[in-house]
Each structure stands twice: as structure tokens, then as C-alpha cells.
Ligand binder design. Structure first.
Ligand code: SF4
Ligand code: MG
Length: 333
């Protein structure tokens, strides 16, 4: 499969009054064309920051310190504001967790959706037809009338469908979604997963979705990136990650009844311990403070990223003296 978007060596810091938080460190992964890639991690793992950094949608105190985000011939990190706006208007779309933050309360959907098509040489009637067709495609009942509704007249689930319709209107190559179903109930969430997979199939849109919900990732995605405390710890295809996880963090996330992995109501389990202070110099494996398999070497030496299965993983158990030796006992005895 071709790579549509390639994140390479991305590092980012937030300037705060506690010091510089090294929020992303050397993040690399490809997004394959026509696939749905899920980025999963706890809050604070940097998963949303990776997503928004690709479009320059970052807080004012964020600073990219290294890396590139290649899309076609351009490095998105070097595009100016106008270049990013043009890209967002046509080729790349976003779906937010809360549609109320991205939909304009005082404008009916017909107007908001025709505004999205402002670059197109279409008549107002054609834009309205396009809006109605897309609302119908995402499952809004009676779209000919509902296109004149305001966001507050829709239920939460309908609003998220309308949000997806708005983001699909230009037929984007790439759709970025941050926790798109978090505000919805389980039934609605399952419907939304089906909807987004269907849209990917119909429009050949590549999707990157950020979630802390393993069930959603298992049901919706083809590829997974597991993040922990600002690093990629493991990547792979969904079937591979869910059956052959190699990193102790991924394994800890998956520790539960395998029959429930595809349960969309399943959120990340709580793993005891704290993530390291990302304002301090970091040494060794980032997961050492919480890892059940920690060995002395883990606290002093950063494990390399090694290729395994359909992706990569970063753990001393996969390389060096412990390579291919399965799971040595704690402390390397
Ligand atoms: Fe655990 Fe060590 Fe592997 Fe880190 S390198 S995940 S601490 S076993
Ligand atoms: Mg987030």
C-alpha cells in the first residue's frame, strides 16, 4: 500500500511555567493510503497532539523541535497559514469530539455546508443538493428538510453525523478524527464506526482516528499506533496487535477477556503507577516505572525500535540479550 502521510522523527515541546514539557519524542509512523489508522493511548500520551500537529493546529506554547510530516510533495510542518488553510478546505478534513465546537450555532446546516464549498464553482442550488445528498449518506432522516435545521435542533448523535457530513463534503483524501464517538452512547458509537468505514470505502478517504477506546480501535481500524508518554511504543495491523502484542504496555492494555476486545464500550484499563515527569531529563525505557517486566537495563538504556510482525515495537525484551527469549523473569534472573 502507498503511504499518504508520513510522520518522521517528530518531536514537540510545550513551554509551561513548570519548564519545557517534552510532549512528543521522535514520533515516526506511516499512514497508509485508503486505510483507517488508530492512535491509542491514555490521556497525556500525546495522541491528539500528534494528530493536530499535522495541520498546525497547536496551542501557542507548542514548539516542534524536530521532524517532518510529509504529505505528497510537501512537509506540512513548513507550510504557511494560507497553505494549511487551502489543504484543510479541500484535501484534509477534521472531525472533533464535540461537534458543538466546530458547528456554528447561529447558522443552519445548509448555509454552513455551502460555505465549506466556497472554493467550488457551483451554484447555491448545487451546493444545497450536495449538502442534502451528504446528509442522506450519513443517515440523517428527511435531509431535504433537515438541511435547514440549526445544530441545537439535532440530538448529539445527529449532530455528530452532520459533523461527519460536513467533513466529507469536499471528498477529502484524509480525515482526522479526535475521539469522534466519546460523547455518544454505545449503540450510536457502533453506528458511527460502521458509517466511517463505509465512507472510507465509498470515497477512498484515508482516516486517522485518535481514541482511548480499544473496542473502537479494534472495530474501526486497520492499523494501530500505541503511544505512551509521548513515544510510539508499538505499531502494527489491528489483527496482529490484538492477537500478538509484543510490548508490555500494549499487553497490559489488552489484558482482559479476549471476547470483549471488540466491545466498543471497553475503555482503557487502569495500569498502576505514574507516567514520568516529561519536564525532566529522560533515561532508559519510558514505561519502566509501570512495567511488570522491568529489568535493570530498562532503567539505564533506551530500548531501540525493532521491526516485529506487521509493525515495530520498543522494548528490551525484543532485542539484545533477551531477544527471542520470550519473557524473562523480573530483574533478568
Ligand atoms: Fe518493560 Fe523494560 Fe520493555 Fe520497557 S524495556 S517495556 S521496562 S521490559
Ligand atoms: Mg485528547
Amino acid at each position: 500500500t502507498d503511504t499518504l502521510l508520513n510522520i518522521e522523527g517528530l518531536s514537540l515541546e510545550f513551554k509551561t511555567n513548570r519548564g519545557r514539557v517534552k510532549a512528543l519524542r521522535n514520533i515516526s509512523f506511516p499512514v497508509r493510503k485508503g486505510r483507517i489508522l488508530g492512535i491509542v493511548g491514555e490521556s497525556g500520551s500525546g495522541k491528539s497532539t500528534v494528530l493536530w500537529s499535522t495541520l498546525g493546529l497547536l496551542a501557542g506554547n507548542a514548539e516542534v523541535t524536530a521532524g517532518r510530516v510529509d504529505y505528497g510533495d510537501s512537509d506540512l510542518l513548513t507550510l504557511d497559514a494560507e497553505g494549511l488553510r487551502a489543504l484543510r478546505g479541500e484535501e484534509v478534513s477534521v472531525v472533533f469530539q464535540d461537534p458543538m465546537t466546530s458547528q456554528i450555532p447561529v447558522l443552519p446546516y445548509a448555509r454552513q455546508m455551502s460555505d465549506i464549498l466556497y472554493r467550488r464553482s457551483m451554484s447555491e442550488a448545487e451546493k444545497r443538493t450536495a449538502a442534502v445528498d451528504m446528509l442522506r449518506r450519513v443517515g440523517i432522516p428527511d435531509p431535504d428538510a433537515r438541511v435547514d435545521a440549526y445544530p441545537h435542533q439535532f440530538s448529539g448523535g445527529m449532530r455528530q453525523r452532520a459533523g461527519i457530513a460536513m467533513s466529507m463534503l469536499t471528498g477529502p483524501n484524509l480525515l482526522l478524527a479526535d475521539e469522534p464517538t466519546t460523547a455518544l452512547d454505545v449503540t450510536m458509537e457502533a453506528q458511527m464506526i460502521g458509517l466511517m468505514r463505509g465512507l472510507r470505502d465509498d470515497f477512498d478517504t484515508t482516516i486517522v482516528v485518535v481514541s482511548h477506546n480499544l473496542g473502537l480501535i479494534a472495530e474501526m481500524c486497520d492499523d494501530v499506533v500505541v503511544m505512551y508518554a509521548g513515544e510510539v511504543v508499538e505499531t502494527g495491523e489491528v489483527h496482529d496487535i490484538f492477537h500478538n502484542a509484543r510490548h508490555p504496555y500494549t499487553r497490559a492494555l489488552l489484558e482482559c477477556d479476549p471476547a470483549r476486545i471488540a466491545d466498543v464500550s471497553r475503555k482503557l484499563p487502569v495500569i498502576p503507577g505514574d507516567i514520568p515527569d516529561l519536564t525532566k531529563p529522560l533515561r532508559g525505557c519510558i514505561f519502566a516505572s509501570r512495567c511488570q517486566k522491568v529489568m535493570p537495563a530498562c532503567r539505564s538504556t533506551t530500548p531501540p525500535l525493532v521491526e516485529r510482525g506487521t509493525g515495530v515495537a520498543r522494548c528490551h525484551l525484543l532485542s539484545g540479550p533477551f531477544a527471542d527469549g520470550g519473557w524473562p523473569p523480573p530483574n533478568g534472573e
